[in-house]
Design a protein around this ligand. Structure first.
Ligand code: ZN
Length: 313
């Protein structure tokens, strides 16, 4: 079998909600299921194989068993699995944060930096995100505003709607506002520098740690770049390419593609149900499912009333 349905790891954080449990079939007994890590070989949250011969094994164990070839030729030079894909249910606001580039993170953290993208799967009326600065400010002003807690005044607040896509380069300050349900595709890294957390305290009565000096070193104090040209893709960068397909309209309930030997593919099911077929293999999928297809799987077909994201390296 070269198509694998995955079982995610759940993360409970203070700002999480219950939508992933109630609407996306995620089976976790948590009051605030904030994130599910749908494609992950990161030690902080490994996903496992849901069905078949390798059921119960982690994706990392599976990849070790079948060999690096399953990742594709573009990944052969990488020491670590390259991607991390999550669903995020933000009932409340997330902290204001920034991620470093590979160059900075490898030097200071011993892991990759983080480029990420958000796809807004659903949101409440008035939901927003913070995305870069409204206007350029100096590094001194940035530092001052962190200190006197007035940073929000200069951030670029963007009201969002379902289907919006945001590409977040390293150094771009950002935060998810409450009321957003998001699919997040990112480099496999957990390096986040937090600069403001609304003064909230955790269960231990303490505020979470801020990483102000590192954030000052990596943050670009400018408005976000807006003139990206990703061609027909949602996003295409050095680390990942993401495409969206909406099947089940009047014209077509089917799409076909090829997973060649250059990269594995991830299929994230945002809505609906249907089947994925490759050769003799058929896997039933529904809203909330995550699928891993080995590099070299070849031709595949997706059929049904489905909204999906396909990600490759
Ligand atoms: Zn982030």
């Amino acid at each position: 079998m070269s198509i694998k349905k995955l079982k995610s790891t759940g993360k409970e954080y203070l700002w999480g909600g219950t939508r992933l449990i109630k609407e996306y079939g995620k089976n976790f007994s948590m009051d605030k299921l904030a994130e599910t890590w749908e494609l992950s070989c990161h030690p902080d949250g490994l996903c496992t194989i849901a069905e078949g011969e390798f059921a119960g094994k982690t994706l990392s164990e599976y990849l070790k068993a079948v060999g690096k070839k399953a990742l594709g030729t573009k990944c052969q030079h990488l020491e670590q699995f390259p991607l991390l894909i999550k669903f995020i249910d933000a009932k409340d606001d997330l902290s204001i944060q920034v991620h470093p580039s590979d160059e900075y993170a490898l030097k200071h953290e011993g892991q990759y930096g983080k480029t990420e993208m958000w796809y807004i799967m659903d949101c409440q009326p008035g939901a927003f995100i913070y995305y870069g600065f409204k206007e350029s400010i100096t590094n001194e002003e940035f530092a001052e505003r962190i200190q006197n807690k007035t940073l929000l005044e200069v951030l670029n607040k963007v009201e969002v709607k379902k289907g919006d896509v945001f590409f977040i380069e390293p150094g771009t300050i950002h935060a998810i506002g409450g009321g957003n349900l998001i699919a997040e595709i990112q480099q496999n890294s957990n390096v986040t520098y937090r600069v403001y957390d609304y003064g909230r305290v955790g269960a231990d009565g303490k505020e979470r740690e801020l990483h102000i000096d590192k954030a000052k070193a990596v943050t670009k104090c400018t408005p976000p770049k807006r003139d990206y040209d990703f061609g027909t893709h949602l996003v295409s960068c050095d680390y990942f390419t993401v495409d969206k397909f909406n099947l089940g309209g009047k014209s077509t309930k089917k799409m076909s593609g090829t997973v060649d030997n250059t990269s594995f593919a991830s299929i994230l099911v945002l809505d609906g149900k249907g089947t994925i077929r490759a050769g003799a293999e058929v896997v039933e999928v529904k809203k909330g499912d995550s699928i891993f297809m080995e590099a070299g799987t070849g031709k595949f077909e997706v059929e049904g009333e489905l909204e999906i994201l396909i990600t490759t390296v």
